[in-house]
Design a protein around this ligand. Structure first.
Ligand SMILES: Cc1cc2nc3c(=O)[nH]c(=O)nc-3n(C[C@H](O)[C@H](O)[C@H](O)COP(=O)(O)OP(=O)(O)OC[C@H]3O[C@@H](n4cnc5c(N)ncnc54)[C@H](O)[C@@H]3O)c2cc1C
Length: 399
């Protein structure tokens, strides 16, 4: 790791969706940054990501949407099937762009559009502190290297090291298990371009076609004691998945049995930042700020964490470019950077507060055993989020 080239610039910690998108957004505005990623290659855990209209708007601004659209067709309709009651309802999808992206495609396209050497792999950040005299950031890497960049953006996910500077922790847990994977149908599947969500008791299975022969699916249910034992073994995860969908239609059971084994992934417990912490706690300290899951991890119930991270990238780059006019080397820029970060945080907090509150209420409603709490959640959702898909129409604006 060369220290010289990070002394003057912006260091982004974490090369996941958010870190790469932030570096790309800055690059589009002519601002150089360096991404420090602890893995030795592009990380792409989590199989796939559902991207609604708001995410596509951000990808458009990043200049990569048209490339990514080629990898997956749009979902045009949706059905909610309740196996217990036999009810089938139309779901409100298809009016706006909705597609599923392979995470590998998303991170590769973001990374491929960055200038060479932007991402430094194998660079784990051990700690971030503010110099007590200058309040400038001081980064220590795992190998002992010390860096003194002008600006640090923590895109290091749910267990963020950078967020320690602000005292933020995603310490809350939804006790749910999510299993996800791809199933390939060599002769083509028969699901068209329809998203189906099938529910039975506490278990629900989502199925989203991506191409004529590839389907992304996910299953959520309450956490069970077998989940921890299975979580690292893909054969065991598949067995557990097949067991979890007993009593579901044959097409769903077959989809689980025939999944691509190396794609299958189990998330046991879902961590999140409480909505009130997102408002209450600072997301900037000096010239250190946060984006993506490091700032606002939320449950997966709205499929919005990744898209919110893409929005963060666009807004952050816009604010920094507007205020600092690129020159991070000049005199007096520290104050301007702080103002830019404050503007970014203010804009994003309003947005992510609503997303995380809606997600929190949905999560609580499904997973509480108290009928009273369930009722409160239903009432609050009806009052505060009467248009349940309104969040997908959000526009983060131009870069
Ligand atoms: C079950 C589940 C399903 C989901 N489905 C969807 C969906 O359909 N649509 C959607 O929009 N969102 C979805 N999400 C949310 C989405 O996955 C996250 O919001 C998104 O991945 C956040 O991206 P990120 O870059 O902020 O964090 P991450 O993807 O966690 O990336 C953080 C990066 O930082 C690196 N890193 C961490 N610590 C350090 C360190 N100390 N030094 C250097 N590097 C470090 C990591 O290696 C990693 O590469 C889902 C989440 C879950 C749990």
């Amino acid at each position: 790791m060369e220290i010289g080239d990070t002394r003057e610039s912006i260091v982004i910690v974490g090369g996941g969706i958010c870190g790469l998108a932030t570096a790309l957004a800055l690059h589009r505005k002519g601002i150089r940054s360096v991404v420090l990623e602890r893995s030795n290659r592009l990380p792409a855990t989590g199989v796939a990501i559902i991207v609604h209209l708001n995410g596509w708007r951000a990808l458009d601004q990043l200049g990569v949407a048209s490339l990514l659209r080629q990898t997956s067709f749009p979902i045009l309709s949706g059905q909610l099937i309740s196996l217990g009651s036999g009810e089938i309802e139309d779901m409100d999808v298809g009016k706006e762009e909705l597609r599923v992206l392979k995470r590998t495609d998303l991170v590769s396209v973001l990374a491929d559009n960055l200038p060479p050497n932007t991402v430094r792999f194998g660079c784990e950040v051990h700690s971030v502190k503010l110099n007590p005299r200058t309040s400038s950031p001081v980064l220590q890497l795992q190998d002992g290297t010390i860096l003194n960049p002008k600006v640090v953006i923590g895109c290091d996910g749910v267990n963020s090291i950078v967020s320690n500077v602000m005292g933020i922790k995603a310490s809350n847990i939804f006790r749910i298990c999510v299993i996800r994977g791809f199933t390939r149908y060599p002769d083509g599947h028969e699901f068209g371009s329809e998203f189906t969500l099938t529910r039975k008791d506490d278990t629900q299975v989502g199925r989203l076609p991506m191409t004529e022969s590839l389907v992304y699916w996910f299953m959520t249910r309450k956490h069970s004691s077998q989940d921890s034992a299975a979580s690292k073994d893909q054969k065991l995860i598949r067995e557990l998945g097949v067991k979890s969908v007993e009593g579901f239609p044959t097409s769903i059971i077959e989809m689980f049995k025939n999944c691509e084994l190396d794609s299958i992934h189990l998330t046991e417990y879902v961590r999140y930042h409480a909505p009130w912490d997102i408002v209450r706690k600072p997301s900037r300290a000096g010239t250190v700020s946060l984006a993506g899951d490091a700032m606002h991890t939320m449950g997966p119930f709205l499929a919005q964490g990744g898209s919110a991270a893409l929005e963060d990238a666009v807004v952050l780059a816009r604010c920094l470019a507007q205020k600092t006019r690129v020159d991070l080397r000049g005199r007096g820029t520290k104050l301007m950077v702080e103002e830019a970060l404050d503007q970014y945080v203010k804009e994003r907090k309003t947005r992510v507060l609503r997303l995380s509150l809606q997600t929190y209420l949905i999560g609580k409603m499904f997973h509480t055993s108290s009928q009273f709490v369930k009722l409160i959640c239903i009432v609050l959702l009806a009052v505060l989020f009467s248009e349940s898909h309104g969040h997908t129409r959000y526009d983060c604006g131009s870069l």
